[in-house]
Design a protein around this ligand. Structure first.
Ligand code: 4GX
Length: 245
């Protein structure tokens, strides 16, 4: 899987990519990440990437030229690239989009903007997708690009160890994870739920599923509208509702 990033702050990426799972994935050549400086694709001696907005108003607008030059120079074959512009106005990124992107054959090219805006022609005529990581305003598209690369890279085959492959499916169940505990059995007077210490595997599986459902109802009820619950889940849900009544 190949990722390419276009930014005026290339130094942001190295520290994050050179730790943990992504570092190993890069070493194993399971993923490839190229970081390019947008200013290398400017024409003027000041290497300017922004300018005043037509029509007036406050704030600067990123020029289209450097983004087009960078993409067309670095990825001249349009069929081999999928250009993703990060923007608060984009489609909301979620696990479903991460799964879809992880199956992409083309290079994923991330356009990271700064300032108040990017000239509209970049989103309409250069980018294939405009993506937002959430409804808040950041100072640039670099962290959104890293968030997406992180979420997509861990879905690439071989990036997580085999022991984690079940975890890959966990969010696609469409409900939240169950609570986890490790030693000690009592910490600051807080005990680990006894079912987990019972050694009864069937009870443990059912307890975890019920906890996951309980947590989802309480914290993210909207997730339950998108998923279909099994007969067993529906029985557990009735129990949950009776207990809270
Ligand atoms: N999810 N930002 C991009 C510059 C900008 C402004 C307008 C395009 C259009 C963000 C987010 C985000 C701040 C990154 C503004 N680019 N990106 N930047 N939330 O807030 O993706």
């Amino acid at each position: 899987m190949k990722f390419s990033i276009i930014t005026i702050f290339p130094a942001i990426f190295d520290p994050y990519l050179n730790e943990g799972v992504l570092k190993r994935a890069l070493q194993k050549r399971l993923i490839e990440v190229e970081v390019h400086n947008l200013r290398d694709y400017t024409q003027d001696k000041h290497r300017s990437v922004d300018d005043y907005p037509y029509g007036g108003g406050s704030g600067m607008v990123m020029k289209p030229g450097p983004f087009f030059s960078a993409v067309e120079t670095l990825h001249p074959d349009a069929a081999g690239r999928r250009v993703i512009m990060l923007s608060p106005a984009g489609k909301k990124f979620d696990q479903e989009m991460a799964v879809e992107l992880s199956k992409e054959e083309r290079s994923l090219v991330f356009l990271c903007g700064r300032y108040e805006a990017i000239d509209e022609r970049v989103s309409t005529s250069l980018a294939d997708d405009e993506v937002s990581i959430g409804d808040y305003v950041l100072t640039g598209g670099e962290m959104p690009a890293l968030v997406i690369i992180d979420a997509v890279a861990r879905l690439v085959s071989g990036v997580l160890g085999d022991e984690h492959s079940a975890e890959i499916e966990s969010f696609s169940w469409g409900i939240l994870d169950y609570p986890h505990y490790t030693r000690p059995p009592v910490y600051k007077g807080l005990a680990v739920p006894e079912t987990l210490l019972s050694g009864n595997h069937k009870d443990i599986v059912q307890w975890r599923r019920k906890q996951a459902l309980r947590r989802t109802v309480k914290q993210r009820p909207e997730l339950l509208e998108k998923t279909t619950l099994s007969e067993e889940d529906q029985r557990l849900m009735r129990e949950i509702k009776e207990e809270s009544a």
